[in-house]
Write a protein that binds this ligand. Structure first.
Ligand SMILES: [Zn+2]
Length: 194
């Protein structure tokens, strides 16, 4: 019989997005194959991270402390806000070096078959984050799946006067996830419109 501690651990790995049971087991065996020092380092680092990490009180990007490194940067343009679905979208946009404003991370997409109170709560918070914001860029995935989220965001923004809303216009292919876009496409579809 497989030791229960094995299955318990694999069940946790199986909960990772886009990881199935088979991959979870492969990952598990891979972890066990690593030498003990590396394994210990991995789990100690994860424990420290887990103890220290929280979400930025302004944009919800993971942060050590109250504010993330982006919101804490005084050189950023604090009149621009880019709304993204996921944390990895922030990394892609940052790597493109085409944008110098702040972000607002929704934490995923609102899907009809899945209740996402966490996203709804962040959206309720959104109006409070718009002080001094002049332009909002909607950098949500250009997919049918993202439509309900985009509509919800726009519904919230509609009641806020004096805010220019920029939506992806062109260049983003249908089915385009922000995190996979190259800097030129991002520039063409979003940042050039400002
Ligand atoms: Zn932040």
């Amino acid at each position: 019989m497989i030791p229960p501690i094995f299955t318990k651990f694999v069940e946790l790995l199986d909960e990772f997005p886009e990881i199935g049971p088979r991959q979870a087991w492969r990952l598990f065996f891979w972890l066990l194959r690593q030498e003990s020092g590396k394994r210990r380092q991995f789990f100690e680092l994860f424990k420290t991270l887990s103890d220290q990490v929280s979400h930025c009180t302004i944009c919800y990007f993971p942060a050590i402390g109250e504010m993330c490194h982006i919101c804490a940067d005084v050189k950023r343009d604090h009149s621009r806000l880019c709304i993204v679905a996921r944390e990895t979208d922030v990394l892609t946009i940052e790597n493109s070096k085409k944008y110098k404003g702040r972000y607002f991370v929704l934490g995923g997409l609102m899907l009809p078959y899945e209740k996402r109170d966490d996203i709804s709560k962040r959206l309720q918070d959104l109006p409070k984050k718009l002080k001094n914001i002049k332009t909002v860029l909607l950098a949500l995935p250009f997919t049918r799946e993202a439509e309900p989220t985009a509509q919800e965001v726009e519904r919230v923004l509609k009641h806020i006067p004096h805010i220019k809303i920029i939506k992806p216009q062109k260049g983003i292919p249908q089915g385009g996830e922000i995190e996979f876009l190259d800097p030129e496409t991002l520039q063409e579809a979003l940042f050039k419109q400002e």
